[in-house]
Design a protein around this ligand. Structure first.
Ligand code: NAI
Length: 459
């Protein structure tokens, strides 16, 4: 075996978790091999966060054109040129990909192309090459799941992977799953002119979020003519000449050109040698302790294969943590509790911390909530967006949940995240001066109200 194949860290998978780990480890002077079977950047960059948000931005532009009259601007929406939309989206991805490749090369990271397999606690095989690492990091990510008996054909029954490269706007679509992916695609397609029906087994859309946020999203979707069948588990799909007929419990069958399956993402851990090397795998996931150590000393896991939130920014945080851990910096563990969540539909949902329901389950009656309507916020009026800021606090304690609904509220989550992670009391936040007019002010106003001194809200 050549010396060139010995590293301080061998990382399996170059998605958000893997490449962040590689960049930070190299920065800390460690020698790094980064194994990737496809392209560095992974799901987030190529078939996830970035391209979907580009589609959502194109959708926002379409909405702006369609609704321009309300601002006194006479524009018309003449149609959606999917080739143009895809060129814009791909351009964004390509520029970021080029930048990332440059960074990785610049830091002297050895990128090994091919499918890697853990062959022992310290070795990864890629083709006929064996990489040895003092430490190994498993960062293989996730894939779009489907349901038993529901076959993805890539044409009429698709996952988000294919939905991202459609060359046409479907006239009708059923979106199976009213979670993050379902709501984001329902939003995009509706803005592009598709008649969308969402099918969700649970009683509400975005069931992991605060019930009030769900309610507002459902109301906004209804206004946008997006149909949501909730409490309606999927039964079966029939193929017809023109598309599919989707059968659900408790509702009439729905006919559509395409069926998007968005029922969650599964961990990509099968057939990669994890269990054979002694790594515990539980229902496909790799359990770790809070220092992201697997059951095998020297082997770490990061990102979507670790049970918990499946979010790119959690992957980044995991990757950085593990690099620093290996370098002996004793970093603070990454807590899922403090990780912000954003759904980029129209309207957006953004949150951090506990929902009201979770807070009540944890603290009983000692929970107080405050909802500030964006109707009282100048910038929201200018943007003609409706929505709200909802704060959840422990009585006489810090804010333990922030829930935002409205256009672009994802950009406000940074401040909410500081409030949550620093365990701020409403009285700590209330005196902060927010720029006027911004949507951020709504967070300030909500805290003023919660501290008992509302300015633009009713006492
Ligand atoms: P999800 O878990 O958010 O939603 C899946 C939905 O499908 C659930 O509401 C579930 O009740 C429903 N479902 C499952 N089986 C069903 C059935 N038989 N009939 C009807 N409904 C059924 O998963 P999703 O939306 O696929 O997203 C996967 C992951 O990717 C999530 O963890 C999400 O956080 C992440 N993601 C994050 C984004 C963001 O941060 N903006 C964007 C896209 C994905």
């Amino acid at each position: 075996m050549a010396d060139a194949d010995h590293f301080d860290v061998v990382i399996l998978g170059a998605g958000s978790g893997g490449y962040a780990c590689a960049l930070r480890a190299a920065q800390l002077g460690l020698s790094v091999a980064l194994v990737e079977k496809d392209k560095v950047g992974g799901t987030c960059l190529h078939v996830g966060c970035i391209p979907t948000k580009a589609l959502l931005h194109a959708a926002e532009v379409a909405d702006a054109a369609r609704e321009s009259e309300q601002f006194g601007v006479k524009a018309t929406l003449d149609g959606i040129d999917m080739a143009g939309v895809n060129a814009y989206k791909d351009g964004v991805v390509q520029r970021l990909f080029k930048g990332l490749t440059g960074l990785i090369n610049g830091r002297g990271i050895t990128v090994v192309e091919g499918s890697g397999r853990l062959t022992s606690p310290t070795t990864v095989a890629v083709g006929d090459r064996t990489l040895t690492g003092k430490h190994v990091v498993l960062a293989t990510g996730s894939y779009a799941r489907t349901l038993p008996g529901l076959e993805i054909d890539g044409e009429r029954v698709i996952t988000s992977d294919q939905a991202l490269t459609l060359d046409r706007v479907p006239a009708t679509a059923v979106v199976l799953g009213g979670g993050v992916i379902g709501c984001e695609f329902a939003s995009v397609w509706s803005s592009f002119g598709t008649q969308v029906t969402i099918v969700e087994a649970l009683p509400r859309l975005m069931a992991a979020e605060d019930a009030d946020s769900s309610k507002q999203l459902e109301r906004a979707f209804r206004k946008r003519k997006i149909k949501a069948l909730t409490g309606a588990p999927f039964q079966k799909v029939e193929h017809t000449e023109r598309g599919v007929v989707v059968h659900v419990e408790g509702a009439e069958p729905v006919e559509a050109e395409v069926l998007l399956v968005a029922v969650g993402r599964g961990p990509r851990t099968e057939g990669l040698g994890f269990e054979e090397a002694g790594v515990t795998v539980d229902r496909g996931f790799v359990p770790t302790d809070e220092r992201l150590r697997t059951s095998v000393p020297g082997v770490f896991a990061v990102g979507d294969i670790v049970p918990g939130l499946q979010l790119a920014h959690r992957g980044f945080a995991h990757g950085i943590f593990v690099a620093e851990e290996i370098a002996g910096l004793n970093p603070a563990p990454v807590r899922d509790a403090g990780i912000p969540r954003v759904t980029y539909s129209n309207p957006e949902l953004a949150s951090v911390g506990l929902t009201e329901e979770q807070a009540r389950a944890a603290h009983g009656d000692a929970v107080e909530t405050l909802t500030y309507d964006l109707g009282g916020n100048g910038k929201s009026q200018i943007l003609k967006t409706s929505g709200s800021v909802k704060l959840v606090r422990r009585q006489d304690g810090p804010v333990i949940g922030v829930h935002l609904v409205g256009a672009r509220v994802g950009e406000l989550i940074g401040e909410a995240q500081l409030i949550f992670n620093w365990e701020a009391f409403p009285d700590d936040v209330a005196p902060l001066v927010h720029a006027h007019p911004t949507q951020n002010e709504a967070l300030g106003e909500a805290h003023l109200a919660l501290a008992g001194k509302p300015l633009h809200a009713h006492s």
